[in-house]
Design a protein around this ligand. Structure first.
Ligand code: HEC
Length: 456
């Protein structure tokens, strides 16, 4: 028999492999299955858009829905292309962030690699998107715009639409949501509210004008947006706005809102339909959510950049085949509490960032979108109001890419793009550029930082 020392290498090998077996057994995660592990992720992070009547082109709800697209689902989640959430969640946080955690992403990958096990499907409960078009739930009142024809000539169109109404009693409005009829083509709406006097007839006059028509001013006058005696009605500017991907915002009771009179109208200013090759009908709606309480804290809007209160430097002209940076700065003269922000650019936007420089030298990070996605332009609401003390400067920085490396460049070869083409009229075509930052705020009050904006 050989002395023990000759056995040591063999023993070591045995020992090492034993350790590795035990190690593997401990770290071997159970294979995720649909019913237990995957469905909860899909139902909370995907199905709100991917359901039968949702905004996404197909449903992701049942095992069959998801398993037949498992490869694509694994791909788009690994790339963070879905769920769509362009804001960098390491820079600042918002309510209802549509992002997957690293663990959730890993679960989806493992499930796919292990050939999509079902688990116990009989125990699975499905979410019900009863009021499936809204992010705010069942509305108290639905108002419908007149049907608008979308032509198949691949041209942008811009309208002003009037949506009159009459109610038996006045009501406080807590939230509004714009529900586009044709999600793929409704590109922008700036919706104002007009409260008419009791003698007025909101239903008189034109309901629609074409902003680019030769007779625009005449048509606009004929919309009859004044009271019976010719006076200007009470007006809420930007009462309900819409951009691709946007969803409604409902603040806690008492914040924001206004009194909706017995007679009035919503006016969708600059309702922009993007180019279409299909002939379609749009019937957009406004969902109204009432409150039994008068608003206690009024909210206001600040708009930086294009058409706004702060200049863009250098001017927003992006030469063909160049990448350029543009900045806009705004000094704040009173303490404010920011509730919601919305950055807006068009097709050659590459990235955008906004922050506030406080008088004490600190920086308050507002939002960063490292990879601009034209398709997803949310109104981002903070988890609690962000105090910006007076004397702060809000800085908006954006980069535009007018080269062919930008797959969304509308021109090939690239052409110089600016805020406005000659004869563009009042509106911006998708192929023009914009840089806007819309800030919804209220004058600061002590304790605002502690308000939880997710609480109804
Ligand atoms: C905010 C709504 C929304 C959410 C949330 C959402 N999607 Fe989507 N998804 C869409 C829309 C809309 C499209 C169609 C493409 C587009 O318009 O950009 C789409 C497209 C897709 C596609 C097809 C991609 C392609 O290139 O054809 C896949 C796959 C997908 N989504 C998977 C998911 C998964 C998985 C989740 C959840 C982890 C998810 N989506 C969450 C709206 C959403």
């Amino acid at each position: 028999m050989k002395p023990l020392k000759y056995h040591i290498p063999k023993l070591l090998v045995v020992l090492l492999s034993l350790i590795s077996i035990v190690w593997n057994a401990c770290s071997l995660k159970p294979v995720p299955n649909f019913a237990k592990d995957i469905a909860p992720i899909i139902h909370s992070k995907c199905s709100p858009c991917h359901h039968k009547n949702g905004t996404a082109p197909f449903s992701l709800m049942t095992y069959n829905d998801v398993s037949k697209r498992a490869k694509m689902v694994a791909f788009v989640t690994a790339k963070a292309y879905m769920p769509p959430w362009p804001a960098d969640h390491n820079y600042s946080h918002f309510l209802n962030e549509r992002v997957l955690s690293d663990f959730e992403k890993e679960q989806i990958q493992n499930w796919f690699k292990n050939k999509c096990p079902k688990g116990d499907l009989s125990a699975l409960k499905y979410p019900n998107f009863e009021n499936n078009l809204s992010s705010l739930g069942k509305p108290d009142l639905i108002l419908s715009f007149q049907d608008i024809e979308i032509f198949n000539d691949n041209k942008d169109r811009f309208y002003v639409l009037k949506l009159p109404y009459q109610m038996n009693q006045e009501r406080y409005v807590r939230a509004l949501e714009f529900i586009p009829g044709q999600y793929q083509y409704a590109h922008h709406v700036n919706g104002h509210y007009l409260r008419f006097s009791d003698e007025s007839n909101p239903f008189s006059g034109l309901m629609k004008t074409d902003i680019e028509s030769a007779n625009y001013s005449k048509e606009f006058m004929e919309m009859n947006l004044v009271n019976a005696d010719g006076s200007i009605p009470f007006r809420v500017h930007s009462a309900v706005n819409y951009l691709p991907g946007a969803y409604g915002v409902k603040y806690p009771k008492g914040i924001g809102g206004f009194l909706m009179g017995k007679k009035g109208a919503f006016v969708a200013n600059d309702f922009h339909f993007g180019p279409s090759r299909k002939h379609l009908i749009d019937s957009s709606k406004i969902y109204v959510y009432f409150s039994d309480q008068a608003p206690q804290r009024a909210t206001y809007e600040l708009m930086m950049g294009t058409n706004g209160v702060s200049e863009i430097t250098p001017a927003l002209i992006v030469q063909a085949n160049t990448i350029s940076k543009h900045v806009s700065k705004l000094t704040i003269y009173n303490d404010i509490s920011i509730l919601t922000v919305n950055p807006h650019m068009h097709l050659i936007g590459k990235s955008v960032k906004a922050y506030a420089l406080k008088p004490n030298g600190d920086t308050l990070k507002l939002i960063s979108i490292p990879k601009w996605q034209f398709r997803w332009q949310y109104f981002y609401t903070y988890q609690s109001p962000q105090k910006v003390p007076k004397g702060s400067t809000i800085v908006l920085e954006a980069i535009f890419d007018n080269t062919l490396k930008n797959p969304n460049n509308p021109n090939n070869p690239p052409k110089t793009i600016s805020e406005r083409f000659e004869n563009a009229g009042a509106s911006m075509r998708t192929t023009d550029e914009m840089l806007q930052f819309i800030i919804t705020y209220m004058p600061y009050q002590k304790g605002d930082e502690l308000i939880d904006l997710s609480k109804p």
